[in-house]
Design a protein around this ligand. Structure first.
Ligand SMILES: O=c1ccn([C@@H]2O[C@H](COP(=O)(O)OP(=O)(O)O[C@H]3O[C@H](CO)[C@@H](O)[C@H](O)[C@H]3O)[C@@H](O)[C@H]2O)c(=O)[nH]1
Ligand SMILES: [Mn+2]
Length: 586
């Protein structure tokens, strides 16, 4: 680069300038990409130890309750059957029934989805005991029956074959059958009332509506959020998350546990780089060694407190062992209240919260009077309750179509850490776009979301300099926010050779030995970091290559549009819409 800058090509000055700028940008973006991979880590969980501590045989379980949120919007693009599978896999999860509740948000307010869900609840009465009895995995029926395995292997109970067949028949059946008398986790259907002209904030709005509803109904200390197509592929997923949240040290500072996104039904060679394996197996693992992975929108278990906008309950200093020993004389909060320095914004909010408690009670009372009004839902999601601004501190951050990045970023900026959890059996599996236009639309939406954040108040370039966000973590966020801009130099790079050919001007100057040596060294170092990366992450070279290929394809198309559309939004105030990806289903 220095060579390029100090050796202007005089007969093609504009070309040289453009090239120089491009190269500077590429160098910056490469650095941004490299630094956050400084200390990748792997974590292992020991579910047996968790069970030993909190879930002993014959004693009431001490695991904490979790509310699971599922979001769906368009019954055509998110087929209700897919949602139903996800819901069944949640209801059958390997946790005590009173510790799990499932909330479905239907942004399409579709009768079809609603009917499908009530059928699902009916079917769950049969399906859940079946799963628990025979340890079925995955617990989503569609995917369980689709897997080509010898289902008799390891299953010794004689009744299994018979019951399995019965299940299969029942799957194709509609209509209520009698219950087994088994208790099932709660299933709640929520659909928001949507006024024309009223900003309902897409998925972030849906999630925040669910937070409010669940706060009144079950108020689980933790909540897990999945897209409608991401079913539980591992019935122990909640316990995996609990391993971190119930860890004496980690639980105080962990805002969420993110699981990698894994997909079903991707073509053999993964033509559109759908698996995003480089992101999930390299970038996020790298972040896990810093302040934790970003929130990627699905398969993520949150600490409710962190979502409510509180600061972590302990500062770094409090986490030092001697202080923890001392704390047994009184609660941490009391100890801190004397010291003004330690009163955080979160605690101030807590104070503000107190007078509003009566409104909470009112809400609860209304709830008791007409518990079924959830069906017509105007009660909770109507603008009436919204306008109270009762829940103003609740945090699925609005203002971007990639609400996920923003939400996670604000938590990290407050000093929370997040955890990346990759159990050997993938915790969740979803469906990926099946055609190029859907895939490009998805890339476009993500990039657009990034541009929106870049041009907003919450941009990691200037937001949250209070020392809580680690520098490398910030670099990683900056990288995910500015990457769409790379499309401009990329396009220039693609076009320049053609211009050179057409105009007959040559911009590659002769290379001296000295510069050549630098160039070779640089090339070798990039090459070796690449190899190193593939070694520690276990990503195959083929996957990596796909990723590079798709980077160029997306970079010269979707990302470019995203940059312009993003600018348009900010300058002209045109709102961006959320193009839902069609879920592959056959
Ligand atoms: O107004 C809306 C729009 C979307 N959704 C839900 O958002 C989810 C994601 O939509 P999808 O079309 O599947 O997008 P993907 O690109 O596959 O989703 C990824 O990217 C999104 C951000 O762009 C994240 O929200 C998702 O969690 C993440 O999986 C689905 O469950 C939808 O039901 C809503 O609830 N309300
Ligand atoms: Mn999806």
């Amino acid at each position: 680069m220095q060579y390029r800058l100090t050796h202007p090509v005089n007969d093609a000055y504009p070309l040289w300038l453009v090239l120089g700028i491009c190269e500077v940008w590429f160098a910056i973006s490469w650095l941004l990409d490299q630094f956050p991979k400084w200390s990748p880590i792997n974590r292992e969980t020991y579910l047996d130890r968790l069970a030993l501590r909190y879930d002993r045989e014959g004693e009431p379980s001490q695991l904490v309750p979790i509310d699971v949120f599922v979001s769906t919007v368009d019954p055509m693009k998110d087929p209700p059957l897919i949602t139903a599978n996800t819901v069944l896999s949640i209801l059958a999860v390997d946790d005590p029934v009173d510790k799990v509740s499932c909330y479905v948000s239907d942004d399409g307010s579709a009768m079809l989805t609603f009917e499908a869900l009530s059928e699902t609840a009916e079917f769950a009465r049969k399906w859940v005991p079946f799963c628990k009895k025979f340890n079925i995995e995955p617990q989503a029926p569609e995917f369980y029956f689709a897997q080509m395995i010898d289902y008799l292997k390891d299953k010794i109970q004689p009744s299994f074959v018979k019951e399995r067949r019965a299940m299969k028949v029942f799957l194709g059946h509609t209509g209520g059958l009698d219950t087994d008398g088994n208790e099932l986790p709660h299933l709640v259907y929520v659909s928001r009332e949507k006024h024309p002209g009223f900003q309902h904030h897409k998925k972030a709005g849906a999630m925040n509506a669910l937070i409010r509803v669940s706060a009144v109904l079950t108020n689980g200390a933790y909540l897990l959020n999945v897209d409608c197509d991401h079913y539980f592929n591992n019935s122990k997923a909640l316990k995996e998350a609990m391993c971190f949240f119930m860890d004496p040290v980690l639980r105080k500072k962990t805002c969420y546990v993110q699981f990698p996104q894994r997909f079903d039904g991707i073509d053999l060679h993964d033509r559109y780089a759908n698996r995003n394996i480089v992101f999930f197996d390299i970038n996020l693992k790298g972040l896990d060694g810093l302040q934790g992975p970003m929130y990627v929108g699905t398969g993520c278990c949150f600490n409710r407190q962190a979502l409510y906008g509180y600061d972590p309950s302990l500062t770094e200093a409090d986490l030092e062992p001697n202080i923890i020993v001392k704390s047994c004389c009184g609660s941490q909060k009391k100890g801190r209240s004397g010291n003004k320095k330690y009163i955080s914004r979160g605690q101030q909010k807590e104070l503000n919260l107190l007078p509003q408690f009566s409104i909470w009670k009112t809400l609860k009372r209304v709830w008791k009077v007409c518990p079924y009004s959830l069906e017509n839902c105007s009660l909770l999601s109507g603008t009436y309750w919204f306008s109270f601004d009762l829940f103003y501190w609740i945090e699925w951050i609005y203002g971007s179509v990639t609400e996920d990045i923003l939400t996670g970023f604000k938590m990290h900026a407050r000093g929370w850490v997040s955890i990346y959890c990759m159990p050997p059996r993938p915790a969740f599996k979803g469906s990926a776009p099946i055609n190029l236009s859907d895939r490009l639309n998805q890339v476009l939406r993500w990039a657009l979301g990034s541009v929106e954040i870049l041009l907003s108040r919450h941009c990691p370039l200037w937001y949250g300099y209070n020392g809580k966000l680690k520098l490398l973590e910030r670099l990683a966020y900056i990288n995910t926010i500015v990457y769409p801009i790379t499309s401009l130099p990329l396009l220039a790079y693609c076009i320049l050779p053609a211009i050179c050919l057409l105009t007959g001007k040559f911009i590659v100057p002769e290379i001296s030995n000295y510069a050549g040596m630098w160039f070779t060294l640089l090339f070798l170092s990039i090459f070796s970091t690449g190899i190193l990366e593939l070694r520690w992450s276990g990503v195959s070279i083929e996957d990596w290559w796909r990723n590079e290929q798709f980077w160029v394809i997306g970079g010269t198309s979707a990302l470019l549009f995203a940059v312009f559309q993003g600018l348009l939004k900010v300058l002209a105030g045109i709102d961006t819409n959320f193009t839902v990806t069609s879920k592959a289903y056959d």
